[in-house]
Design a protein. Structure first.
Length: 314
């Protein structure tokens, strides 16, 4: 369930655009007014506000926001204001351009998103960057990791609920043999993880645990050879097997980062899941950590904290 709180009586896009224009006037902007409006509008309403603002004032609202606010607050608002597919395309590009590519973001898009959602992200990526997501992933990675990630972002998985239990058994056996023989890079492993539907893979993972007494993810974690590739495989499995548990871990690691929180990871989860399943992620966080996510985020500061708390349902 979503955490986004939208008022029962939402002003028109023109009224919201004019209120934002007022918030930008004078010395400095009225950040509280910006949060009160934008953190309580859904994706369609935000798009209409952007259109109305440009029509009324001949100015791009997102660019104006970038000039008015700064820091983690600005980055969070910027990502929130983009259309969801465009935002995910931006997040994928940021991940690809990092000095050490952040494959987890690409795995999230490929394994948690529906086939249609991933296709929308790929289209948005091509529209924004004039290149395909696949070619940029291929250019930024090497060897087996390249084969895995390109296969993932190129996939269009079956989206139905049908499961072949005999296939789940045989493919669990194939995965166990690969792990036992340390042949993680075998084309069968990559084929299974990049082509099978989510329900089919969950059945395979369940059979693996039942048959061998350990989850496939834990089995992989015990191997330190080829660490980057095996970590990518574990991320794929975690995203497919239990997305809520996976996102809770991302948020937990972001918040407990020594020295300061990893605001980029926290922002990514909050802005991309606020209209989807952030309530379940909050519940998982509370159960796992005996503290609410709202209380944990309250340790942040300033307008960034207020904005994230608003998206969390406050």
């Amino acid at each position: 369930m979503a955490t986004l709180v939208v008022p029962r009586d939402v002003p028109s896009a023109n009224v919201d655009a004019e209120a934002l224009r007022t918030a930008f006037k004078g010395w400095g902007s009225d950040e509280k007014a910006i949060i009160a409006i934008l953190a309580h509008r859904n994706a369609i309403q935000r798009r209409h506000i952007r259109i109305a603002y440009e029509q009324l004032f001949q100015e791009d609202l997102i660019k104006r926001l970038e000039s008015e606010i700064s820091g983690h607050f600005e980055r969070a608002v910027y990502r929130w204001m983009l259309d969801p597919e465009d935002r995910d395309a931006v997040l994928a590009n940021i991940a690809i351009r990092k000095p050490k590519e952040d494959f987890a973001v690409l795995v999230e898009l490929s394994c948690i998103y529906s086939p249609e959602e991933l296709l929308g992200v790929r289209r948005a990526y091509q529209q924004r960057y004039k290149r395909s997501l696949e070619e940029d992933v291929a250019a930024s990675t090497n060897d087996d990791l390249r084969t895995l990630l390109v296969g993932l972002v190129s996939a269009y998985r079956y989206n139905g609920a049908d499961v072949d239990l005999s296939l789940a058994k045989s493919e669990a056996e194939r995965l166990e043999r690969a792990i036992r023989d340390k042949t993680f890079y075998h084309e069968d492993v990559i084929r299974i993880l990049t082509t099978r539907s989510r329900p089919q893979l969950v059945a395979t993972f369940n059979h693996y645990k039942d048959a061998y007494g350990i989850s496939i993810s834990k089995q992989l974690s015990s191997d330190k050879a080829g660490k980057e590739f095996t970590e990518a495989l574990r991320t794929v499995i975690q995203c497919i097997d239990d997305p809520i548990k996976y996102y809770e871990k991302v948020v937990r690691n972001a918040i407990k980062r020594v020295g300061k929180s990893d605001e980029d990871a926290l922002t990514r989860v909050v802005v991309s899941r606020a209209e989807k399943d952030l309530r379940q992620i909050k519940e998982a966080y509370h159960k796992r950590n005996s503290v609410t996510l709202d209380d944990a985020v309250s340790k942040e500061s300033g307008d960034y904290k207020r904005f994230i708390l608003a998206l969390l349902g406050n």
